[in-house]
Design a protein around this ligand. Sequence first.
Ligand code: 8YV
Length: 318
Amino acid sequence: KVLVTRKWPASVEARLARDYDVTLNDTDTPMTPEEIGAALNEYDAICPTVSDKLPASIFTGDHKAQIIGNFGVGYNHIDVAAAHAAGLTITNTPGCLTDCTADIAITLMLMLARRAGEGEREVRSGNWTGWRPTHLMGTRLRGKTLGIVGMGRIGIATAQRAQAAFGMHVVYYNRSTVSQDAMGALEATALDSIDAVLKASDVVSLHMPGGGANSKMIDAEKLRLLGPKAMLINTARGDVIDQDALIHALQNGQIAGAGLDVFDGEPNVPEALMSMENVVLLPHLGSATTETREDMGNMVADNLDAFFAGRDVPNPVA
Ligand code: 8YV
């Protein structure tokens, strides 16, 4: 018995329906933690998404459920330690959403640097009065420095795009050493701290996991290191930035702008961010393409298939 908490692409729902006794929650509303807690005693597998919260309090230890097949690579919405202590296996979907998430990071960077959001709003509102030499001048990306915090798959893919397409220099910080093999043809300089990356960069793109020690990692002090010409891009998790400190830094010209696909407490977005022109706001679109969402669903199904066949799951969350 498998529970899918939200509406998935039809092809993957059909695959699960063929192979399992599956309950497909054909809804756009997340389940509450209490509902998921109750489901742990009714289903063998639960397949949640980033918008379902699975806190420690729902894991009592005597569940029917044996596996959580997370639809997504990030899993900070699941208390992993409590789920493991309750004997559950957790899997996620790394790799298949790398390209699309990197594309959205680049989209945010371009929209911000070239003031595309402002321009689009101007045209749509009928306020465009015609071409003029100093109208909506943005920032040229070629030759600028992109700083990556968290040089995993998505960080690397973002840097590769920025360097190949826009000729940007790349610096980065990662907790562990990143092999040149993993970076391919990318020429990137490892710096020894996040602070060094923030100081050296014209654009900083965040790619670390959310939750735990990363929560509010980019705080007021870190934002000051960026400087008034720098732009901040976040496609990781909203909580890695202290959102109030970001609003303060933007309001006071401490940084030039921000491009955000994720928010602390999403889908709520502070009014202060919505009213600023130098901010680009997207509704968590990182992996939102038909191809990627189908790949994600198929990865969840592959993990369930392996688990219930008694094989090692391909994508365990450690
Ligand atoms: C997904 C994401 O859309 O995979 C992730 O971690 O942030 C998104 O790209 C989301 O997690 C779906 O559950």
